[in-house]
Write a protein that binds this ligand. Sequence first.
Ligand SMILES: Cc1cc2nc3c(=O)[nH]c(=O)nc-3n(C[C@H](O)[C@H](O)[C@H](O)COP(=O)(O)O)c2cc1C
Ligand code: FES
Length: 523
Amino acid sequence: MDEAVARYPSDHRRSAAMPLLHLWQEHFGFISEEAVLWIAGKLGLQPINILELVTFYPMFREQPPGKTHIRVCRTLSCAMAGGFELMENLCTTFGIQRPPDGDGMHNPITVSADGNYSVEFVECLASCHTAPVCMIGEQVHENVDPNSAANLVRNPQSAIRNPQLRSPPHPLEHRLIYKNIGRPDWTTEIDSYLRDGGYEQLKQALTMSRGDIVNKVKNSGLRGRGGAGFSCGLKWSFIKPDEKRPVYLICNADESEPGTFKDRYIIHEDPHQLLEGILISCYALNAHTAYIYIRGEFPEGAKILERAIEEAGAHNFLGKNILGAGFDVEVYVHRGAGAYICGEETGLIESLEGKRGYPRIKPPYFPAVLGLYMCPTIVNNVETLCHIKHIIAMGGAEYARLGRANNTGTRIVCVSGDVQRPGYFEIEVGAVTMGQLIYEMAGGLRPGRKLKAVIPGGSSAKVLRADEKFKLKHRQSDGSTIEREMSIDEIPMDFDSLTAAGSMAGSGRRDRARRFTRHGLGA
Ligand SMILES: Cc1cc2nc3c(=O)[nH]c(=O)nc-3n(C[C@H](O)[C@H](O)[C@H](O)COP(=O)(O)O)c2cc1C
Ligand code: FES
C-alpha cells in the first residue's frame, strides 16, 4: 500500500485512491464500508471521496462476487457474434437469475445460489476481432462458443488465443510498430528487445537537444493515433522550454473505444517499444514523471508493463541519471476501473488525480497548459508514442515519406464485424481504400452478408452507409487534385478523407455493421 502511495507527489496523495481500492478488492474481493473508511484515513481524505469512486467506476463492487467471476462483453461486435446468448447460457448452466436489463443503476453482478459463480455484462474488452469475448477472473477468453461456455469456465485452459498472432502480415501491410507482433522468436523480455537493437534510439535521443527532437517530430507530420489526429509535434511545442512547473507525460492506454484493439497488442507483445517511446518523449519534453493510464480490464497488460519498467530500470534506461545523461525519469502504471470516459484526456487526468472521470471544460483546461495537478501535461496514445522511436531512427523527413501529404506514417486499423478475417492491419496512412481493407485484407463479407454500414472511428464518429456517395478531393497521377464523387469502397483510409466523408479516422477501428438492433440501427 505504501509503495502505491509513493508513486504520486506527497501533496497529491488522493491519486493513490484507485490503486488502493484495486489492492483492497484483489485481497478481500469487494469494497466494504471498512475499506472506504480505512483508505480515506490512509490518504487524509473524507470517506465520501472514496465512496464516490466506488459508485462511479464499474469495476469496484460493494458485494462479494462468486468464487469464479465472469465478465461477458455486450458491445457491438460481441453482441453480433453471440455475446447475449453466451450470457444466457452461462446463467442457465449456473442457475443464475439476472435482473432484466435496465434494472438497477450500477452494473449489477449476479451471483449463483451456491456462491460459486457470478456474472456481469461489461463493455468492449478490446478484442472485437475475436468476438464473442469474456473474462474469467483476470483472463480474457476469445472466440468463445456461446453453446459450450460452461465447459470453458470449468476448463479455462481450453481458451483459444487470437489466431492472427501466428499469421504473416497481409501483403498490403507496412509493419513498423507491429513488426514484432507474432514473431515466433519474439518475447516481451528486455533481452529479446535488446538483441533487436532495442533502446538504441533512446541512447541516440539523449545525445540530441530537446529542440531537435521536437523539430524531428514536427517534420515527421505525426498525427495522434488516439482519435483526434492532432499534430504531435505541435502539441509538444506548447510546452515551454523554460517551464518552471513540473511537466508530466501521460500515456493513454485506456483503449475503451468499441472496435479498437491495437494498443493491447503493443502492450502485451512489445512493451519495451512503448517504454522506449515514452522515455524519449519524456526527455524531449523535460518531463521527469510519466504515468501509463491503462484500463482496468487489462490486468495482464498492467503486469507486463510493470515487469518491463523493472527490467528497464535494471538497465538504467529509467530512474536516476539515465545512461549517465544527467536526466532522471520515473514511469508508473496507473490502472483505471472500467469507465469509458476516462479515455478522454481531461477525464483521464481527473481520474488520475483520484476523482470521478468527469471531463474538464476546454478552455481553460487544455492539458498542455493546465493538466495533471494543474501542471503542463502531454497526453499521447500508446501507438503515437511508439512512433517516436521510429522517427528518431528514420529522421522526420524520411518518416514523412510514408503515407501521404498531411497523413504521414503508418497506422494500425482494426476490423471487426461480419467479415471473413477480422483483425488488425498496419498500413501506410491512405495507401489502401476502405474497399481494399474490407474485401482484400479482411477477406470480404461472411457468406450471406451484405454490407450495410461501416463505423470508421469511435462511437462518436458518423456511421457511413454503404449506399451513400461521398464528395472527396482525389489526387490525380500528375499530382493535381479534383473533387470526385466516391462510393464507400473508394474512400482512402486516411485522416483527411474520412473527415471529408463526414466521419473520422478515430482510434483505428472499422466496424462492419450489418445489424445493430440493440444500438438503434435496424437490420
Ligand atoms: C470519449 C472519448 C474517448 C477517448 N478514448 C481514448 C482512448 O481510449 N485512447 C486514446 O488514446 N485516446 C482516447 N481519446 C482521445 C484523447 O482525449 C486524446 O485526444 C488522446 O489520448 C491524445 O493522444 P494522441 O494525440 O496521441 O492521439 C478519447 C476521446 C474521447 C472524446
Ligand atoms: S471485445 Fe466485445 S465488442 Fe470489443
